[in-house]
Design a protein around this ligand. Sequence first.
Ligand code: PEP
Length: 254
Amino acid sequence: MRKNIVAGNWKMNLDYEQGLSLFSEIVNMVKDEVVGDQEVVVCSPAIHLHSLHQLTNSNKVSVGAQNIYQAESGAYTGEVSAAQVRSTGAEYVILGHSERRAYFAETDEVLAEKVNLALKNSLKPIFCIGETKDQREQGEFFNVIQEQLEKGVFHLSASEFAKIVLAYEPVWAIGTGLTASPEQAQEVHAFIRKSIAKAYNSDVAEATTILYGGSCNPTNAKELFSQTDIDGGLIGGASLKSRDFLDIVKVFNT
Ligand code: PEP
């Protein structure tokens, strides 16, 4: 009933030509090899968005941004707005990635504004939540995740919330080669789904796509994605290699 999604996060990698070339490979491989109804999303740097969108040849591959600014328009030199991203044809935007929270001091309050602007401009947020290594070791991770949900997305109406994709990304697993075990990831995903049911209702919770992210690769993806509450992945490093990315996407081939 809920959608399975595998989303790549290219981060600040690939020049314009390299991005087009990798994306063309991905689109062709998806056309030739993907038989299920999983959705594939590529979140690229903003400079690629329009050209990548023009290369999408089926509604199985969508394009997304990695950030937007928290104002509609105006004197914010160097920033990109939700409306500008949407005008490229992009459908998704990653919000609340731990790198943005850590390096750009993005607070839950700012992220809530970004979520609102994304939805207002018909962009679907992929909203990231997750605990640091310290927070896990102190046993605080459920509280941290609950607070990120409450401040970042639970102010939305149920119909707005239905447009959100969540990504559980334990910060200690991102780009580190350390992956949450399937049991650890499932435990948190089940917690997130329960929390959505409490904030809205069980129908909304059951319909929400919750991705796992953190050193996901073709070897560990199958076990992670076969957990009851894991509906796909947000993939960093492995999304920069078309073969690896496609092998992760194909976990959902039936
Ligand atoms: C990410 O940046 O969202 C991510 C999950 O990165 P990696 O797969 O490289 O850990």
